[in-house]
Design a protein around this ligand. Sequence first.
Ligand SMILES: Nc1ncnc2c1ncn2[C@@H]1O[C@H](COP(=O)(O)OP(=O)(O)OP(=O)(O)O)[C@@H](O)[C@H]1O
Length: 304
Amino acid sequence: MTTPRADDTGAPVIRLRSASFGYADRAVVSGADLTVRPGEALALLGPNGCGKSTLVKGLLGLNDHLGGEVELFGTPLARFHRRSRIGYVPQRHTLSSSVSATVREIVATGRLPHQGLLARLGARDRQIMDQALDVVGLTDQTRQDVSTLSGGQQRRVLIARALAGEPDALVMDEPTAGVDVANQRLLTTVLQRLRDRGVGLLIVTHEVEALTPVLDRIVHMSAGRITFDGSVAEFEQARRADVLALGDPHHHHHEDEDHAPGDGRPPAPWVHRAGVGASGIRREAAPAIGAGGPARATRRGQDG
Ligand SMILES: Nc1ncnc2c1ncn2[C@@H]1O[C@H](COP(=O)(O)OP(=O)(O)OP(=O)(O)O)[C@@H](O)[C@H]1O
């Protein structure tokens, strides 16, 4: 039995149209248009606090969807239930030191959606887990308690867990943070292989250089808005021309730099997307979303 690696209908794995996300009705990300197709790898860049994590969590239904449309594999977010098709590596390791679990046990949870209730791990499950542990370089640590691992090793456990789920799309929030160069390379090779098999990849990162061989496109955000969406070469051009006010991708800025006011620059010619380029790069605070009523945007898919 073979599992299809990409959506049969050819629908984008992720599609946002003018999507807004936030917390408790405060929009942090506004008017985001973004499409990830099967076999496409995108990096999402931008300064600290611009809303990258909010965007990726939002499209997974992990915070408030305040406007616009979100579709996963062609299905509106509110009606999407095949969660196991999307692997998610959250930002910062969330493996609590108060929970005692081995590396293998954590990775095994990645197989849960593929098992029946109370089902035991079969030979195939074990094989996939072994492969996942191998590609992140943790084969020798499988019996170790995760609380004894370094931050970078814990990130690799979370990556292995996501890989063990055999997802058709992978959303990763800074997967290479704290991971040494050798393992970053390993991860890049794995991501390349997944992409070639039709898996769609959306990767939030501050370390785009390590991932460049995998990437089809780079998306850049600033102050809650997507300000660039283009090829790696176009991004490099834009960066060299300094038309995006990209800043230093490694720069960790302070609280008060968040949502910097407009810098008055003209819209970047590199911004390909209709609606961003056409209206220029908007850097002012996002308009209040949902002012027309309490409409929970998560229901939009059903309403219209
Ligand atoms: N759970 C939350 N509740 C309320 N506000 C939040 C929450 N998480 C993030 N925010 C706010 O949303 C804004 C964007 O944060 P987000 O984490 O999405 O940025 P980011 O681009 O991923 O930053 P970084 O590169 O530092 O990870 C920030 O102003 C932050 O304070």
